[in-house]
Design a protein. Sequence first.
Length: 380
Amino acid sequence: MATRNSVFTNPKPCKHLADYKLRHGLSGYKSLQKWLKTFPNGKTSIKMWEKKMPKCSFCSGIRQGRLFLCLICSSVSCSDHALLHGQSENGHDIAVDIERSELYCCSCSDQVYDLDFDKVVVARNIMDMPSKTRDSVVDDLMRRSSKRRRLNSVVDLDLKRSKFFVWMRNRRAKSCYPLGLRGLNNLGSTCFMNSILQALLHAPPFRNYFLSERHDRETCRKKSSDQSCVACDTGVIFSAVYSGDRAPYSPAQFLYSWWQHSANLASYEQQDAHEFFISVLDGIHEREGKERYPNKDNGDCQCIAHRVFSGMLRSDLTCTTCGFTSTTYDPCVDISLNMDTSNFSSVDVANKSVRPNEDTGRSTLLACLDLFTRPERLGI
């Protein structure tokens, strides 16, 4: 029969971590705490760069893989150069994963665990909670952890910490729905807007970009000058939808910002969803593309809107007499596909240039793409 250990022992730290704590104590942990930030999705990261993204001090690669912050000199190294930093600087072995807020030993090339560092992160998690939630959690933990006025022993501190994690786990388990499933209220005749927003909210590249706060609303130049910003309010919607709240959300501020960007569409009347989609991408590009990449055309723009949705449309015009082919390339952010199956002949279906859905009789996305890209004879 298996028995439960009555005494809990923490894993022994690596020799480099032990040496770091012997020389510096907890000063590095406490100094780092003010830069920790807990996001709505529960992830805790280091956020100490307001205007520029962190990059490796060796290769200057911006956000290519995991990045580590040295606890001694605050230099940033990628996973490929973290070992080099520990070897080149004596005593600079311990770093923190910027995205995950986890300790990392550069010399061992492995994650390390320290209870004291874990307490610093947990304390920050509690501080970042909404005030009502934070007060109820702390009161509950203090009431159940010990009847004594002060928690003097390590056992009591571990008990408080473990109960916090139990509370967090139970809180997540109360909802059987994944994050991101949240309704949007209709603000008049805004069905067209909500349908596009729901699609954007569940596009992984868009979601990852805004939830990781790559567009920093606090330092956005548009916000600092009291002007509306479509990108800022898009980030607000992502934070609200992925907060875990199940109540429907009203994107009123986003609607106002979009009206400011597209004054010709500012009304409570129903609008074209495709036109709204193009307008939103243009609003995000105006802030993310034109300001960050002012010297690049839309075809070469690296803003999040163009990285996700832009592409090049190639058209080949071939002469049936001599066989010469003329090729043109046009940048595009959308493709208009014909969904009318009434014009499809039985020959098209037999040749698999069109694949109608067997259950509904409607064409599938692949069938529409086949129809769009199939050769077409031009009249003279």
